[in-house]
Design a protein around this ligand. Structure first.
Ligand code: DQA
Length: 150
């Protein structure tokens, strides 16, 4: 039987991780984080797909394509977190558990980062843990999937 899939989503500018403001986001690349997340998912019997886009519409299309197919979504939406109500609505229309993820803690940064439009549609938010947050967010997603099966 096919293994259930976790979809890890990365929003704008996250393709620059490693290079981009390393004092805030660390020196690991996005591919490093994806590899850790994939290893964590596979250890627990899940497959991991990853999509990164700098385009809001491409992320929305990926969420639509996940409906009825993907067990859970883990999303670091980058700055779209703070204003993309269309991303919020797409996630609302998705039927599985959503976990919000950030490397930094946006609520301890500039005021414009304090609002998250993802938070209301997420079962939980993993913030401020740097790269370690990727494994934690995958665990949270998998626990939610396993509990909903029980
Ligand atoms: C981020 C936080 C956002 O405010 C920012 O725009 C990002 C990265 C994080 O992972 O800490 O691009 O999502």
């Amino acid at each position: 039987m096919a293994r259930p899939v976790i979809l890890l989503m990365s929003g704008p500018n996250l393709n620059l991780l490693g290079d981009r403001e390393p004092e805030i986001y660390g020196t690991e690349t996005l591919m490093d984080h994806v590899a850790n997340a994939r290893e964590q998912a596979q250890e627990k019997g899940f497959d991991l797909e990853h999509v990164q886009s700098n385009h809001e519409g491409a992320l929305i299309d990926a969420i639509h394509a996940a409906r009825g197919r993907v067990a859970s979504i883990v999303i670091n939406a980058g700055a779209l977190t703070h204003y993309s109500w269309s991303l919020h609505d797409a996630l609302s229309a998705y039927n599985g558990p959503v976990v919000e993820l950030h490397l930094s803690d946006p609520k301890s940064r500039e005021p414009w980062r304090h609002l998250s439009v993802i938070e209301p549609v997420a079962i939980s938010s993993v913030v401020g843990k740097g790269g370690a947050g990727y494994r934690e967010a995958i665990d949270t997603a998998i626990n939610a999937c396993n509990n909903s099966d029980a």
